[in-house]
Design a protein around this ligand. Structure first.
Ligand code: GLN
Length: 475
């Protein structure tokens, strides 16, 4: 086994036995990037000068390289959100999650490709060109954290951070055959995450195993006074849930999830995964999330409203790219016109529209009300069951270019993930099969707020009973 193939847990064990070989781990990964990343394009910015050692800091991640989605700010290291408007922006501070990783001894390794400002489901809207799916280079890796997920699957990263506003950790994890967790809203600090939809955004781990996800969440989770929406809720040791059996665990399958539009191969794989958990002692019942059919519509009101307001700060004055002009109005206009890509512009226009006087009540306020109904659906479900199980994405990965000219069909790929963000609940993608074409399929495990433990419990039990996570894409 090559060193770049190690899981995070295996890397911990390797370095415990070979403390002098820390640099080797970083170097083998850097060589791997040189070898395969011209095909995959998982990194926007990788520079061994920045992949500082940090290896002398003693901690649970001492010497272990972790890769970072490029919308999480890193001190003295360019952070672009894959947008021309932020090219050249070097943040003067670290995000809280970066500080925590450094304090745990991790090596901040590289900045991963993504959809521009995290708008997208395919990693094709990056101004640095698309990332490709390591299982088949003609297919998308999902998005928006497509670079992070493809890096973990393609072995150009050991573990990575992503961000998830409507599915951006879980859907690419599903498309790349890796584990991706969106924690409960408030579980992980958003300080230093470039805001998209502030009431929806969460940072989370993308890893090859459920165990690695728990190890990383232990480092990331916790209250942060720099983020007023972070929750002051005790952080358990998430690895303590890994060995627990699922005997007696109540799982609900929402009847609204298994309907027309769900690809038959995905349905089959998810149903088989359910049987595996049943065989391990879990009980499975049908439940209902009646307002789920409004999730995409509500999301594309709430998320674009927040995005249009958050993107107001990129005007050429303070950050990144500026189009010089003799008058101020043209400077603003051309900076934003040239700096933002088509999808970002679409969202700014939509968001400005739904927030404008005369429309605010009809769209934004109505959206917030339906959002409450979606949250109540989950509250009711979690009175009956401890875990909701379903597909992560309605289809296996699609081809590069397939959905770029049809934004609505692109938006539909998040149909199963968006409601967890609207409700603030934690949800994880766990690989559960492959299509006949050899592309990964994932299932989504959702629990009640701050109950990531139950997700780790079921996810790790499933992973121990199956071998999907052992498959490696050939590059
Ligand atoms: N694909 C969704 C969107 O385009 C979700 C993105 C995300 O979670 N950042 O908005």
């Amino acid at each position: 086994m090559e060193l770049y193939e190690l899981t995070l847990k295996q890397a911990q064990e390797f370095l415990a036995k070979n403390p002098n070989r820390k640099d080797e781990l970083t170097k083998t990964l850097a060589d791997r990037i040189k070898q395969v990343d011209s095909k995959l394009n998982t990194y926007i910015n990788f520079d061994s000068k920045h992949a500082q050692k940090n290896g002398d800091v003693k901690g649970p991640l001492s010497g272990i390289p972790v890769s970072i989605k490029d919308n999480i700010v890193t001190r003295d290291w360019e952070t672009t959100c894959a947008s021309k408007i932020l090219k050249g922006f070097v943040p003067p501070y670290d995000a809280t999650v970066i500080r925590k990783l450094r304090e745990a001894g991790a090596v901040i390794f590289g900045k991963c490709n993504m959809d521009e400002f995290a708008f997208g489901s395919s990693c094709e809207t990056s101004c640095f060109g698309p990332t490709r799916n390591p299982w088949n280079l003609d297919f998308v890796p999902g998005g928006s954290s497509g670079g992070s997920a493809a890096a973990v699957a393609g072995r150009t990263a050991i573990a990575a951070l992503g961000s998830d506003t409507g599915g951006s950790i879980r859907q690419p994890a599903s498309f790349c055959g890796v584990v991706g967790l969106k924690p409960t809203y408030g579980r992980v600090s958003r300080y230093g995450l470039v805001a998209f939809g502030s009431s929806l955004d969460q940072i989370g781990p993308i890893t090859r195993t459920v165990e690695d996800s728990a190890i990383l969440l232990n480092v990331l989770a916790g209250h942060d006074e720099k983020d007023s929406t972070s929750a002051n809720v005790p952080v358990p040791d998430y690895t303590s849930f890994l060995t627990k059996s699922v005997k007696g665990l109540k799982i609900g399958l929402p009847k609204e999830y298994f309907v027309k539009g769900l690809d038959p191969e995905v349905e089959k794989a998810v149903k088989q995964a359910t049987s595996v958990l049943q065989d391990l002692g879990a009980s499975v019942t049908e439940i209902s999330l009646p307002h789920m059919k409004y999730a995409i519509a509500v999301y594309y009101v709430v998320a674009v409203a927040e995005a249009s307001s958050n993107l107001g700060r990129f005007d050429g004055v303070e950050y990144g790219f500026r189009h010089e002009s003799s008058n101020l109005r043209d400077m603003y206009f051309e900076t934003r016109n040239q700096g933002f890509g088509a999808e970002a512009k679409r969202r700014i226009l939509l968001g400005t529209f739904v927030l404008s006087a005369g429309y605010y009540d009809a769209y934004y306020l109505k959206g917030l009300k339906v959002r409450t109904l979606i949250k109540q659906d989950f509250d009711q479900a979690f009175q009956k069951v401890a875990l909701v199980l379903g597909p992560t994405a309605p289809t296996p990965p699609f081809r590069i270019g397939e959905k770029m000219s049809d934004p609505l069909s692109m938006y539909l790929s998040d149909i199963y993930t968006i409601s967890a963000n609207l409700a603030g609940v934690p949800a994880m993608n766990v690989p559960c099969g492959f299509s006949a074409a050899g592309l990964p399929i994932g299932m989504q495990l959702t629990a009640k707020p701050f109950d990531e433990g139950t997700i780790f419990r079921a996810g790790s039990a499933y992973e121990s009973a199956t071998k999907w996570h052992e498959k490696v894409p050939k590059l």
